[in-house]
Design a protein around this ligand. Structure first.
Ligand code: SF4
Ligand code: SF4
Length: 166
């Protein structure tokens, strides 16, 4: 796909610089999860870097840089998930349970989800990918973005990017 097609549709459909997933071997065994960043366009923005307490999102040489990750430093804390204004950061913990992953997703809608509730898990175009169970709803930091922890089938991690509370 040409770059222009991605930016016309607004939907990320393939690997691109700035769309970063963890290395598979590390991801499978890393408790707490690792960050996924889908931010392929050069824009003047860096809260992912400035909010990361461990330096896992490396310092930008230029404010327009796309994020680069040092996965040896990522703890899965999801502070970047809460602070990214583009809702482009997600955490996935592949060690959550048999066949299940825990995703930490940004959420700015109403109604708020509640712990234990079953929600629709949506893909990049808003399509329903699967159902998930809300495991936790973190209180917002300085703004209103909450981080919702949702357990999903592990084979849906690369597709689930949002939830719908019904
Ligand atoms: S999940 Fe936490 S440690 Fe990992 S990149 Fe985001 S802020 Fe940094
Ligand atoms: S904070 Fe979000 S939108 Fe801004 S550069 Fe980082 S990943 Fe991209």
């Amino acid at each position: 796909m040409k770059v222009s097609a991605i930016f016309e549709s607004g939907v990320l459909t393939e690997e691109r610089p700035g769309a970063v997933s963890p290395p598979e071997a590390l991801w499978k065994s890393h408790k707490g999860g690792l960050v996924i960043v889908e931010c392929p366009q050069r824009i003047p923005c860096n809260p992912c870097n400035t909010s990361c307490p461990t330096g896992a999102i490396t310092e930008f040489a230029d404010i327009n840089d796309v994020p680069a990750i040092n996965y040896d430093k990522c703890t899965g804390c999801a502070l970047c998930v809460a602070r990214c204004p583009g809702l482009a950061c997600f955490v996935a913990d592949l060690t959550f349970g048999e066949g299940m992953a825990l995703m930490k997703l940004p959420y700015e809608m109403l109604p708020l989800p509640t712990k234990g509730k079953t929600v629709k898990c949506l893909g990049r175009t808003g399509e329903v990918v699967c159902e998930g169970k809300v495991e936790n709803v973190a209180e917002p930091l300085r703004d209103r973005t909450r981080v919702v922890h949702v357990s999903v089938p592990i084979d849906k991690v690369s597709d689930v990017r949002a939830i719908k509370v019904v």
